[in-house]
Design a binder for this molecule. Structure first.
Ligand code: TXA
Ligand code: MG
Length: 327
């Protein structure tokens, strides 16, 4: 059977999902590997396809803010405020779960991550299925998230069916806010909705912001979003030189400046605009990973707040190699 489905086959895709099939679906952030949250066997299949430990909770995707109170309980007022401001959009809120969300979905936790994606096709799909869709990013555990249908096909060697909704507009996974406490919130994973943007919405309330990024979520593990090749971050031409010496000049360079031309190497020049950068970075990492080069070197982005999500991912994708490099 074919594995790429067009938007006009959405009813067929909804039928398959209702019957317990897994489908990769588009969102504005990255493609998700989706199943109907009511179907335990389908949820189990998500974990096994991804090789994901089953205590790592899945995000559920809803199609309307009104569904929030069906799947979460004890929802703080500030969570509604955030939902109204940022949904549909790249914000996930972790809330206390209702009985409609199984322990399989939440990896045994009593909280659930919920988001309403900003993607018309997927919002229609959720409505047609008649239930939220649980969906982690559609990549092997610890690897690079897919931002188009082809990435998903490559990632799972054609073993996963995809609803093709084109390229993801944002390109980076959602910002995750822990909203389980009525009096305080924290950010579990930064994203393209910046910490600052969230503070601004909650600015004139007495809700406290807790900076506790160590809470266990898979995206906060030290190594993640990782290419298979040794991957490094550099901040100066000197550091880049060290990396290219170490790999006999066989380095694919992802940079703002065209260092690769001076060094007579290959690579790509990235835009100095965070939104444009986020949209293409995972695709570039895949190109670099599939190239014949021995290693990947990425230029560190600017320190401004709008780059925090991108910088977080780049640090994690290079963490393993950087450890060796520093030694
Ligand atoms: O943009 C996104 O969020 C994409 C698209 C498909 O929606 N999804 C995504 O899912 O990135 P995933 O599973 O790859 O990353 C979600 C992160 C994981 O690190 C998971 O541990 C965390 O969210 N998470 C989910 N539910 C949670 C909960 N109840 N408590 C704490 N962390 C949770
Ligand atoms: Mg992921």
């Amino acid at each position: 059977m074919k594995n790429i489905f067009d938007p006009n086959e959405i009813s067929l895709v909804a039928d398959y999902i209702r019957q317990g099939e897994i489908f990769a679906i588009p969102t504005e952030t990255v493609y998700g590997l989706a199943a109907d949250i009511r179907l335990d066997n389908a949820i189990k299949q998500i974990f096994s396809l991804k090789n994901r430990p089953n205590n790592h909770p899945l995000i559920i995707h809803i199609s309307d803010i009104s569904q929030l109170s069906d799947y979460a309980i004890d929802i703080p007022d500030y969570a509604y405020r955030l939902a109204k401001h940022f949904w549909p959009g790249p914000l996930t809120m972790v809330l206390r779960k209702s009985k409609l969300v199984s322990n399989l979905v939440t990896g045994g936790q009593d909280s659930v991550g919920i988001r309403m994606p900003n993607h018309e096709l997927t919002l229609s799909l959720i409505k047609l299925v008649g239930s939220p869709l649980a969906a982690p990013s559609a990549n092997q555990y610890g690897k690079i998230s897919p931002t188009n249908a082809k990435h998903v096909i490559t990632e799972f060697q054609g073993q996963v069916k995809v609803l093709d909704g084109g390229c993801c507009n944002i390109g980076l996974e959602s910002t995750i806010v822990d909203a389980t406490d009525v009096n305080s919130y924290s950010i579990l994973r930064p994203g393209m909705i910046s910490t600052k943007a969230i503070h601004e919405v909650l600015g004139n309330t007495d809700i406290t912001y807790l900076d506790k990024r160590t809470k266990a979520v898979s995206g906060t593990h030290k190594y993640h979003y990782a290419p298979s090749k040794p991957t490094f971050l550099f901040e100066s031409p000197n550091q880049l030189k060290k990396i290219s010496d170490l790999y006999q000049n066989s380095v694919y360079i992802i940079s703002f400046n065209d260092y690769y031309q001076h060094l007579d190497l290959d690579g790509c020049r990235m835009p100095l605009d965070a939104n444009k950068y986020a949209k293409i970075i995972y695709g570039k990492l895949r190109v670099a990973d599939e190239s014949s080069f021995k290693a990947i070197a990425i230029e560190m982005p600017p320190r401004e707040i709008e780059w925090e999500g991108i910088t977080d991912r780049l640090i994690k994708s290079s963490a393993k190699s950087m450890e060796i490099f520093i030694k």
